[in-house]
Design a protein around this ligand. Structure first.
Ligand SMILES: Cc1ncc(COP(=O)(O)O)c(C=O)c1O
Length: 470
């Protein structure tokens, strides 16, 4: 019956906002970028944070992770085994609700919010994020994602024909596409160096030492590359690049939330990251940190009102759009601070490690590299018979599509979401572990692969079932 219908979420939020009292804004000016620069550069001691216009959720520290944490996510874990946080993250429920609250609040008086209230709140999350990643708030800017941030750096550089970009085969594929683009536009030389796994950190550093030349215009490294998810020894790599006087960009798309970061100590020229992956922020929240020496040459992809008003100002406003994923960082960071970043990381890393060793053992395979090099994502080799099965009847070398056939079977027939990748000519699966996962999730994957392996070994007709997914 209509009168018993649930109140819409928008109405619920709107009613809850009725109880809020608007404080007089800290700043009166419209698009007052000087105020933004002041907000990010003021010392902690003198900084007066803006008052939130409504109550944000609070969190109690939980002593247990796993099933206990599932209430904080929208994930349908009754029907799915979800082992792929690394792909597109998964938002913290309270943070998405907070983003919606910010949107509803903004729409109550859009001009007041955008003109007079929003910039101090954006500057505030900028400061909080800076604190979390250990850098000066005036060196870091919020951007929609890591892709945006990397493009910002690459497209700011005044490339000359013959300049060299140095990167490893582990570099993210869209970043390689960007390099190919600047190569064709500006005649930039691309130097891609292959690392073969297993490899120790020392071997990786040695390979870079031998192949990186002075005069290289830019070197780019993933902190945790997505297809080879080892934690790269970036501290040593940055020092090595600087000894050779090569500027360095670290792609930390998977690092925020998975590693304790101290960007001031790291001293990379450019560091990019995502908050919408492991930190569980609503989608559309990443960052770029630029060392002071390089800030003069880094320009936003989108020129808007804050252009020329200062490093932070030129990025903080890129025209009218939805800034709620940034504002929701307050709630995400409240969650992390309440649960304890070290505790979360410890849980995720330990779980991924245990699960990976269990899977490799039960499947009689191994990991891509040494177990202690991985964080909360691990690459485990699948039994070889699966590759024989999916490539049977095809003359060509195994390709990505073969891995996708196994991934699709796991998705459609076992309701398991986990990527399958072809790495160094062999099928691997990349498991992820986040606070909502438990060891029993990986038992389901273990069992599914054993069933699939058994099937193709004992039942020739099983080969055909993979063809549906080609
Ligand atoms: C290493 C790496 N860099 C960059 C990106 C791009 O991230 P986004 O799509 O959020 O821009 C990804 C995405 O998975 C990644 O794994």
């Amino acid at each position: 019956m209509a009168d018993e219908m649930e109140e819409s979420m928008a109405n619920q939020v709107s009613n809850s906002l009725d109880k809020t009292v608007l404080e007089k804004p800290i700043y009166q000016g419209i698009m007052a970028f000087a105020t933004v620069e002041k907000f990010v550069s003021t010392s902690d001691k003198d900084y007066v944070p803006p008052k939130f216009p409504f109550d944000l959720p609070s969190f109690n520290r939980s002593s247990t992770f796993g099933v206990e944490m599932r209430k904080h996510f929208f994930l349908d874990l009754d029907n799915w085994t979800f082992l792929n946080h690394g792909a597109f993250g998964c938002v913290l429920k309270e943070a998405l609700e907070a983003a919606f609250k910010w949107q509803c609040y903004a729409e109550r008086q859009p001009v007041r919010f955008v003109d007079r209230e929003m910039l101090p709140h954006l500057a505030h999350v900028n400061r909080r994020l800076a604190n979390f990643v250990g850098c000066d708030p005036s060196d870091i800017v919020l951007l929609p994602n890591a892709t945006f941030a990397i493009n910002t750096v690459i497209k700011s550089i005044a490339w000359r024909p013959g300049d060299t970009v140095y990167f490893l085969n582990t570099c993210y594929y869209t970043v390689k596409k960007l390099f190919r683009h600047i190569s064709s536009e500006h005649g930039v030389v691309l130097k891609e160096i292959t690392i073969t796994f297993p490899a120790t950190s020392e071997e990786i550093i040695q390979r870079i030492k031998e192949t990186l030349e002075e005069g290289t215009r830019l070197a780019v490294f993933g902190h945790i590359p997505s297809n080879y998810p080892i934690v790269m020894p970036v501290e040593e790599i940055v020092q090595l690049c600087h000894r050779k006087r090569v500027p360095v960009l670290i792609d930390g798309a998977h690092a925020l939330g998975t590693l304790p970061l101290n960007l001031t100590v790291l001293k990379a020229d450019y560091y990019v990251g995502n908050a919408h992956k492991w930190l569980a922020c609503p989608k559309g929240c990443g960052f770029l940190c630029v060392s002071k020496d390089n800030q003069h040459m880094i320009k936003p992809l989108v020129v808007s009102s804050g252009f020329t008003a200062g490093f932070n100002s030129q990025f903080i406003w890129t025209g009218l759009r939805d800034y709620s994923p940034y504002l929701a960082l307050n709630t995400v960071l409240d969650f992390w601070e309440a649960m304890g970043p070290d505790q979360i990381r410890q849980y995720n890393n330990t779980l991924a490690n245990k699960a990976a060793l269990m899977l490799a053992d039960k499947w009689g395979t191994g990991l891509l590299s040494h177990a202690d090099m991985f964080g909360p994502m691990v690459l485990i080799r699948l039994p070889e018979v699966l590759l024989d099965c999916v490539t049977r009847g095809y003359e060509d070398e195994p390709v990505k599509a073969h891995a996708e056939m196994v991934q699709a079977k796991l998705h459609y027939e076992f309701s398991i979401e986990v990527p399958v990748k072809l790495i160094q000519g062999k099928l691997h699966t990349r498991i992820s572990a986040h606070v909502y996962n438990e060891l029993s999730d990986y038992d389901k994957l273990c069992e599914a692969i054993l069933i699939m392996t058994n099937d193709v070994c004992n039942n020739p007709a099983a080969y055909d079932t993979y063809k549906n997914y080609r």
